[in-house]
Ligand binder design. Structure first.
Ligand code: ADP
Ligand code: MG
Length: 454
């Protein structure tokens, strides 16, 4: 092997240090690169996999770094040439990256509406999301430059929101001066409705200012604005303004733009100008890797047998996988039992039998409502009287009544209420408001879609 070939690992390590690469960037882009050959002054480097987008990206971003590092280390000027390895080998499957986050940027994360636990570090890469993960990381490294807009799509609970927040965190960690803003398209819709309703032009200007002056806009679940005319129009102009200014736009949706039936052609073409990346349901290995990650981050110990049992049986999406894990932990705690395979079978029986149509349970409703209103599930089921928990709690009561067969008395137990009259009262409250409050009608509609997306 040539001199450069023998020193390949040292070259990569040096490059990492010299250019201060993050661990996730190093592991994703640099670590998999292999030395191929040396021809005169040219070093050929192999990129595993057959993804052309990665080839171009690496050339643009890292070629110079390699040339400088190799030339300096070897004391000789080299040119570096990247080639795709034809025999496709998977890139970074099940790669789990360890990195301590400094939390000095907490206030920036908050301003950007980012949830702390959704970072690249906590995102397990498997062959179902490998492409979306590398696209997301590329955008995080060079916001607004490549792949603009990035459009991430895939079914519910597969990690779109997690990836979007990861992009936001990464950008803030590396460029604290960039203005990052994450918004769910429902929030965006509500803000537009509010602005229009107020009738004041200053309210609309404020809204425009908020969204059109950012460097990075992450807009989640875009399917919710489709068909809502004024909101769509507002977003269209926001998109154009940001795009023309070279600002980064990251969009997520449950479907490919072509499959979004009522999507305006103007949007469809714009969404396809950058890069489209899909996320598929995870395979068994990825499901198991994700469960190990969840166990690790929540500091819960469960045996391999249990992880295998859940990974084998819960297949549809990662939100359910997490739900199953949490349910098992809670079940063991309530019953004061050790976590064994038998206990897992008992705890998860209604989640696991695949032939049964999917049951909507109060647990699922509470989880979705909590997420929707940005509160914790525990707060909804607690006795806390804070104003911000009242509406979510009543919505849970209403939806349990409407979507499940669970009795009022049992709903009361789950919500830690004295008896069924409180539940009835909550249900009535929502029913009354639904008659006069179109906002609430649309909120309930969205929540129902989230609970049962079909
Ligand atoms: P989506 O936005 O596609 O509906 P989310 O991003 O909300 O899905 O993911 C659902 C849950 O699954 C979240 O708690 C998220 O952290 C977790 N999750 C999804 N994908 C992964 C992954 N690859 N690694 C670890 N956790 C994941
Ligand atoms: Mg989401």
């Amino acid at each position: 092997m040539s001199y450069v070939g023998e020193n390949w690992e040292l070259i990569k390590e040096t490059l990492k240090k010299e250019y201060d690469l993050s661990i996730v960037a190093y592991n994703t882009w640099i670590a998999p690169l292999k030395f191929h050959s040396e021809e005169g002054d040219v070093i050929n480097v192999l990129i595993p996999g057959n993804q052309a987008h990665i080839l171009n990206y690496i050339i643009k971003k890292y070629k110079d770094f390699f040339q400088v590092t190799i030339s300096e280390l070897m004391d000789h000027n080299y040119d570096v040439n990247f080639i795709l390895e034809t025999a496709a080998t998977p890139v970074g499957e099940e790669e789990v990256v360890e990195r301590k986050l400094e939390s000095t940027n907490d206030h920036l994360y908050r301003q950007a509406n980012l949830v702390a636990k959704y970072t690249f570090d906590n995102f397990v890469v498997g062959n179902n999301n490998n492409f979306a993960h590398s696209a997301a990381l590329a955008v995080a490294e060079s916001p607004g430059e490549d792949f603009n807009p990035l459009f991430i799509y895939g079914g519910s609970g597969l990690g779109k929101t997690h990836l979007m927040h990861s992009i936001g965190h990464y950008i803030i960690d590396n460029n604290p001066n960039m203005k990052v803003l994450y918004v769910n398209s429902e929030t965006f819709t509500n803000e537009v409705i509010e602005g229009i309703r107020s009738g004041s032009s200053s309210a609309m200007n404020k809204l425009r200012d908020k969204y059109r002056t950012v460097d990075v806009l992450l807009i989640d679940d875009i399917q919710f604005i489709i068909g809502k005319e004024s909101t769509q129009e507002e977003f269209f102009h926001t998109f154009n303004t940001l795009y023309e200014a070279g600002k980064a736009i990251i969009i997520s949706s449950d479907k490919h733009p072509k499959q979004m039936e009522t999507l305006d052609a103007r949007f469809s073409s714009r969404f396809q100008m950058g890069l489209l990346a899909d996320i598929q349901p995870p395979n068994y290995e990825t499901r198991a890797a994700i469960l190990y990650k969840i166990a690790e981050t929540s500091h819960k110990k469960v045996g391999n047998e249990i992880v295998e049992y859940i990974a084998e049986n819960i297949k549809s999406n990662i939100r359910e996988l997490e739900g199953a894990f949490n349910k098992l932990i809670a079940f063991a705690k309530i019953n004061n039992k050790e976590i064994t395979k038998e206990l897992a079978e008992e705890a998860l029986k209604d989640m696991i039998y695949p032939d049964k149509p999917k049951m909507i349970t109060p647990t699922i409703i509470i989880q979705v409502v909590a997420e929707h209103y940005g509160v914790k599930a525990e707060d909804i089921t607690s006795k806390k009287r804070n104003a911000e928990f009242v509406l979510p709690r009543q919505v849970v009561m209403y939806l349990c009544r409407e979507l499940t067969e669970v009795s009022l008395t049992d709903i009361a137990k789950i919500l830690d209420k004295k008896d069924h009259t409180t539940i009835m009262h909550g249900v009535n409250k929502i029913e009354e408001q639904l008659k006069t409050n179109p906002d609430l009608v649309s909120q309930i509609d969205i929540i129902k879609k989230k609970i049962n997306p079909i």
